[in-house]
Design a protein around this ligand. Structure first.
Ligand code: ADP
Ligand code: MG
Length: 693
């Protein structure tokens, strides 16, 4: 249950004065519907009215604040004309102009001969200084009536800064004094204010530095958020560790047989990772482990070897791929190897229906099938295993913590391995996968040729097509990836179709097309033709992004590469890095080319190291947006910035581990305060989801 001290923060904003239905919608859309959401909406700028210069030095368009004496009033001749008031400081005259304002109120506000403190934007017309509708006019004797520094928030249409400031003031007044959850020593070292003060300060910046993620109050708040996240992950992880699992320790016979028939020996990284996974499987708790390895690092063999460990124990294993094409590919590769060592595999997708499906399900239930390979169809209700002990989820970096937990609940006491080919920066591993153990294949098999990456403008497309034509007639195969237009699948599609048609005109029958809108069967037919070499050039939208393996394809052309993220480009390039043949990647860009896009393309040219690329990606984009994680169930942080607060993240991770070590039930006074912190950042929900499962 949420502690009652937090209630005022979880109130709807319509409890604040001045928030009606309409405003509720607008502000809700801008930051969220709770008082707390409002408080997480930090300022982006300030208006500084402290600066005082004489009028003779002011520039056109500048904000000017200063004391003036009222000289004379000139009422308008007609309604269309403005009311003018001439004022002056010691150096210059200034004309204040007012449209549609009555003279009465103005004579009261600006009595001739008196002094006023005013602030507003200066415009210069015909050498005359003017200010239309000053933002502030106060009596020179009471300057405190004008705010010195005004906080500016990111806004949305219909929400004014003045209004938002008013609401913030109320919201900030509602913040209770909360018990301190941070370690005393840490507070001292960083000289951080308490939470309430930090929040207040973050909303009252005094200069531009105060708006930076590096400012003291913002760092304190970021730390609070990170600690809440890391603590909740550590709690989930600790509970998983305690959860009853089974000991899966096979004889090693099947593994040895497989190793004997492989045409290569494992890399050291593969050996190490297999051992790490096995140490979890051998132990009597549920495994929950993330396996990272760049494209082509050889995750499939690792998966298979560890599945054989389960099979040796007389149990079953399953591997789930995100797409049908990938499932088929896994199935084909694994079947070929497993047949030779007497292990039975099967492929299950939603397209397998009728008698075939019935038979397959029966074989699964009787234990005839050892390893099941499939898409998410693996977890539909009618699929019953005899004894499922191990589940591998491949390429599922698009899953968040919660979804992952849901999957692991489906198998009873199942060990779970999540494999991802998208290198994830360390910070994201910590914040998004902190509930899991972690293994990384950091070495590629020997003998891989580097990919030559060329970056060129789109207007050289004819030269590319010419070169491609020569290559294709030599028997090389190639991908042609069409622009990604995120906002519209339709535009995507028409761009790909058009490109396909124009390439087909030049290159003839050997061009094929796949895109996301095709039916699975059509897609598969095209992919099969490509694999068989009947299609030489495959025009595609990003459906080929993940995991597709056609060793003879060694050329990758990406059109409008500037529209792709780094992670995507890296994945795409990975498609042609399969064999030992030299391969080339051509990134064509259109104009205008933004600074960030230019930087991305440069990085692609400079390195093939997926982890380096992932770190750069994070740096260029800032947190949150990486890997298309926006819609993915990844946590978005309100206050922490993954590219600026890395040091805090590392400290918070250690802090969380230490806290649970000293006070596993969060029972001490600090433990109680930390519980409040978990609720404050809404990390309680994750822990509850876990408990419910
Ligand atoms: P990924 O990590 O992208 O899933 P795969 O498991 O598909 O990589 O492996 C890519 C290719 O490398 C496959 O053809 C596989 O047979 C081969 N491979 C895997 N491990 C090794 C190794 N240790 N030495 C040589 N080739 C390997
Ligand atoms: Mg793979």
């Amino acid at each position: 249950m949420r502690p009652s001290i937090l209630y005022p923060l979880f109130c709807s904003i319509d409890a604040l004065n001045g928030v009606g239905q309409r405003y509720m919608k607008l502000v809700g859309g801008l930051c969220g519907a709770k008082v707390l959401d409002l408080l997480w909406h930090l300022p982006s700028n300030i208006i500084d009215r402290r600066c005082r210069i004489p009028l003779c030095q002011v520039q056109n368009g500048q904000l000017w604040t200063g004391k003036v004496r009222v000289v004379e009033h000139t009422p308008p001749k007609t309604k269309k004309h403005p009311y003018r008031i001439v004022v002056e400081d010691a150096t210059e005259q200034l004309i204040l102009t007012f449209f549609k304002t009555f003279g009465d109120s103005l004579t009261k506000q600006f009595p001739v001969g008196e002094e006023r403190l005013i602030s507003g934007k200066i415009e210069i017309f015909n050498g005359m200084l003017q200010m239309a509708h000053p933002e502030y006019v106060v009596n020179a004797a009471t300057p405190e009536q004008m705010p010195q520094v005004e906080t500016v928030y990111p806004l949305t249409a219909g929400v004014t800064n003045k209004m938002l400031n008013k609401l913030m003031k109320q919201a900030l007044n509602n913040v209770p004094q909360l018990p301190e959850w941070l370690d005393e020593h840490l507070l001292k070292v960083h000289q951080w204010p308490d939470f309430r003060t930090a929040l207040w300060q973050a909303h009252h910046p005094q200069n531009l530095d105060d708006l930076q993620p590096s400012s003291l109050p913002r760092r304190r708040l970021a730390y609070d958020e990170l600690l809440a996240n890391q603590l909740s992950l550590a709690i989930v992880r600790g509970r998983l560790k305690k959860q009853q699992g089974r000991v899966l320790q096979g004889s090693g016979v099947l593994k040895q047989k497989l190793l004997n028939i492989l045409p290569f020996s494992l890399t050291n990284a593969q050996k190490r990772v297999v051992a790490e996974i096995e140490s979890d499987m051998f132990a009597p708790y549920k495994m929950s482990r993330l396996l990272q390895g760049d494209v082509g690092s050889g995750k499939t063999i690792v998966a298979l070897l560890t599945m054989l460990n389960a099979v040796e124990c007389g149990a079953q294993a399953a591997i789930m791929a995100p797409t049908e094409i990938l499932a088929q590919q896994h199935a084909a590769a694994m079947e070929e190897l497993c047949e030779k060592i007497g292990v039975k595999t099967a492929l299950l997708t939603s397209n397998i229906k009728g008698k075939k499906r019935q038979q397959l399900l029966a074989d699964l239930q009787s234990g005839e099938i050892d390893i099941l390979i499939g898409t998410h169809a693996l977890f539909t209700e009618d699929v019953c295993f005899q004894d499922l002990a191990y589940v591998i989820i491949d390429e599922q970096h698009r899953f968040g913590v919660r979804q992952r937990l849901n999957i692991s609940q489906k198998g009873k006491n199942c060990d779970v391995l999540v494999m991802t080919a998208t290198p994830i920066p360390r910070t994201l591993v910590l914040t998004q996968y902190g509930d899991m153990e972690y293994s990384k294949i950091d070495e590629l098999p020997a003998g891989r040729q580097p990919v030559t990456t060329t970056v060129m403008p789109l207007n050289k497309i004819h030269a590319v097509v010419d070169a491609l034509q020569r290559k294709l007639s030599d028997g090389t195969q190639a991908y042609w990836v069409c622009p990604l237009v995120e906002e519209s699948e339709k535009i995507d599609l028409s761009a790909a179709t058009e490109r396909y048609e124009s390439l087909r005109e030049i290159l003839g029958e050997k061009v094929g097309l796949v895109h996301g809108k095709m039916k699975e069967a059509e897609k598969n037919a095209v992919m099969d033709d490509f694999k068989a070499g009947k299609i030489k050039l495959l025009v595609a939208t990003t459906v080929i992004e993940v995991g597709v393996n056609v060793p003879a394809a060694t050329i990758m052309v990406v059109e409008h590469a500037e529209r792709f993220g780094l992670a995507q480009l890296h994945q795409l390039r990975g498609r042609i890095k399969r064999g030992s043949a030299a391969s080339s990647c051509i990134l064509m860009y259109g104009f205008p080319l933004s600074e960030i896009s230019r930087a991305r393309l440069n990085i692609m040219k400079q390195t093939e190291d997926g982890f380096l690329i992932a770190e750069e990606d994070l740096r260029l984009r800032g947190g949150g947006e990486i890997l298309g994680t926006r819609q993915s169930g990844f946590n978005n942080f309100h206050l922490a910035d993954m590219s600026m607060h890395t040091d805090l993240l590392l400290t918070a991770t250690k802090d969380a581990a230490l806290i649970l070590q000293q006070d596993p039930n969060l029972a001490s006074p600090r433990g109680q305060a930390l519980r409040t912190l978990l609720y404050l950042f809404e990390r309680d929900e994750m822990i509850r989801t876990y408990k419910a499962g």
